[in-house]
Design a protein around this ligand. Sequence first.
Ligand code: NAD
Length: 275
Amino acid sequence: TPVPTLTLNDGRDIPQLGFGVFLVDPAETERIVTDALEAGYRHIDTAAIYGNEEGVGRALAASGIPRDELFITTKLWNADQGTATAHAAIDTSLEKLGLDHVDLYLIHWPTPQKDLYLRSWLALEEIKAQGKSTSIGVSNFQIEHLEKVIAGSDTVPAVNQIELHPAFAQRDVTAFARANGIAIEAWGPLGQGKYPLLELPEVGAAATAHGKSAAQVVIRWHLQTGNIVFPKSSTKARIAENFDVLDFELSAAEMATIDSLDAGRRVGGHPDEVN
Ligand code: NAD
């Protein structure tokens, strides 16, 4: 079964399931991303701050997979927000990745204290116009930050990548995004292993019913919710397990049960506080 795609507001397609490399050891990234490509992933989510763009790039080059079959995302780090700094940052990322363009470039965090995210967004518009990123979007933006870039530019972000998992559904931000044509990417889709999501009986019951693991049920919940999702693992067997989610479907009742687990429980940093 092929990975489903979503069409972004700029007309480009994105694979709904990918592989994230936050906390993937730079020394092991080439091997781990190679494992992911062999498992079938074609969408990789990295960031300048992860320190592993070179390893991602080496794995892509060694794979021989045609560039147009890959979807590569990287992100502008907070310290590089601004105009000239953003332009320099995308060039550095492309050099490390060994690519002439990425498919998606994101502002990693709004850092509202610095008040540079609108200026950075205008730089991302230029980066898109130059062909260095096919699509552009944001990450960790709250409604007020989205409103400011929409009002102050000609481009609605293609995506907002936010912390999202069954205990933290972010229904206000996702409703605003949906109403404005912004796709939602779920980071920490498995709760980063920071709360016992995979041990919850509601998740376990669905896993048993479908002969799947708890992680596979949660990834499937994301796909059926309409989220773009890229779980991370450094373990070959789990990398394959997390991709093997295309051959079953949660029922409406199972979806509703997992929806009911929302507890407003953030496991990562708050967008107003991360610098
Ligand atoms: P995640 O929810 O994907 O959790 C990863 C952890 O879950 C693993 O380290 C492992 O402990 C566990 N796990 C993975 N597969 C499993 C399985 N099959 N069974 C049992 N346990 C399993 O968290 P994440 O890596 O933080 O999020 C995914 C991606 O989102 C990142 O790699 C990164 O690309 C992106 N991200 C973005 C931001 C941002 O600010 N934009 C922040 C965090 C993560």
